[in-house]
Design a protein around this ligand. Sequence first.
Ligand SMILES: [Zn+2]
Ligand SMILES: [Zn+2]
Ligand SMILES: [Zn+2]
Length: 138
Amino acid sequence: MKKTTEEAFNSKNIRLTTMRILIYEYMQTLSEALSLADIEKYFHKADKVTIYRTLQTFLEKGLVHKIMDENQARYRLCADSCEQEEHNDRHLHFYCRKCGQTTCREEIILPESLTGSLRIDEIQILAKGICEKCLTAS
Ligand SMILES: [Zn+2]
Ligand SMILES: [Zn+2]
Ligand SMILES: [Zn+2]
């Protein structure tokens, strides 16, 4: 079951502000990870500094995780298991060279047994290729 915005924010100790709610709900509607520029473009009337700070807050609180793909940083909502300063996004990220989208592949996870007794604060696993959509379209 999907959490409401209020529940999601409360569970991560994030204060509700209009801009935060708008950005979170926008990210929820899409399946791909978004860059700062994508979010700025969508909220073109909003203050860029506010958008940037909102993302930083989300990152710090464990609400979104950051993925570095070929060109830029992108952001995607985290699973519930992420906490402040300890992200647990052990899944694969896939960058499509054709459509340029980066998606989370939660079904492909780095097993905990491989990381042993390390304390990992952040994991980035990036694969590059052609996504299903582009493959079937060609
Ligand atoms: Zn996370
Ligand atoms: Zn593609
Ligand atoms: Zn991800």
